[in-house]
Design a protein around this ligand. Structure first.
Ligand SMILES: [Zn+2]
Length: 242
């Protein structure tokens, strides 16, 4: 009887591992939902500068800096700091509009890659500091590393959401591990003035590059992984935050 129970459990376990299609270890590795530990030794990072062209993103009321410009500048700094230790592909290299689904499509073209999308935030009055958004289980470790390094680099510590699991088109839809980084709140006047400073953005970029290289060298930091959640891809028509 005990043998039968063990057998039944094994069959169930194998069936759930195979839910991404195919069978056995290969399907686990290529699980469509990203239900696996985070990557180690990845070869390529897609750096995505949020917004661009006709979409400025957040604009600081206090000093007029635009999210799209700061994000592109930060991406270029991160690229330099990675210094060839991992292959970098940028989703946009200039002030151009790229649709979110097109960003997802570009980042999903390469096996063994990760996606880091860089943004600057806007929100409730008084909110400040870096946040990181992830959805997939295999993106939790990288989000943890990014939050930790950015918190060290930033004098702003909230209130904010910190590291948060949220199903967004850029966190749920790519078929590679993906984290969306919010470097700081442009709606917070003193944080907006720091973010306008190139030296400060350079420190943020160093923090982001360190988190990427640590993840590449060591995989996930110690600690439990979040539970898998099966939800369909995020659509533009979904209510915000769902
Ligand atoms: Zn943004």
């Amino acid at each position: 009887m005990r043998y039968l129970v063990v057998l039944a459990l094994t069959v169930l376990l194998l069936a759930s591992c195979g839910s991404g299609g195919g069978s056995g270890a290969t399907s686990w590795k290529r699980d469509y939902w990203g239900h696996r530990p985070g990557p180690k030794g990845f070869s390529t990072v897609f750096l995505d500068a949020g917004h661009g062209g006709r979409d400025p993103g957040a604009v600081a009321r206090s000093n007029g800096v635009r999210e799209k410009d700061l994000a592109l500048d930060t991406v270029k700094r991160v690229q330099r700091k990675l210094g060839g230790r991992v292959k970098v592909r940028v989703i946009r290299s200039g002030d151009e509009f790229v649709d979110l689904d097109e960003r997802v499509r570009r980042a999903s073209t390469r096996d063994g890659a990760i996606l880091v999308s860089i943004h600057y935030n806007a929100g409730p009055s008084g909110w400040n500091g870096p946040e990181n958004y992830y959805w997939r289980v295999d993106s939790h470790g990288l989000a943890t590393r990014l939050q930790r390094e950015l918190d060290k680099a930033s004098p702003f510590s909230g209130p904010n959401r910190g590291k948060v699991r949220r199903r967004l088109r850029l966190t749920r839809n790519p078929n590679v591990p993906s984290v969306l980084v919010e470097c700081g709140y442009l709606s917070h006047p003193s944080e907006a003035s720091r973010c306008a400073d190139a030296g400060y953005r350079d420190r943020l970029a160093s923090a982001i590059a360190k988190a990427i290289l640590d993840q590449q060298a060591h995989g996930d930091p110690p600690g439990p992984l979040p539970p898998p959640i099966n939800k369909p891809p995020s659509r533009p028509t979904d209510p915000p935050g769902s």
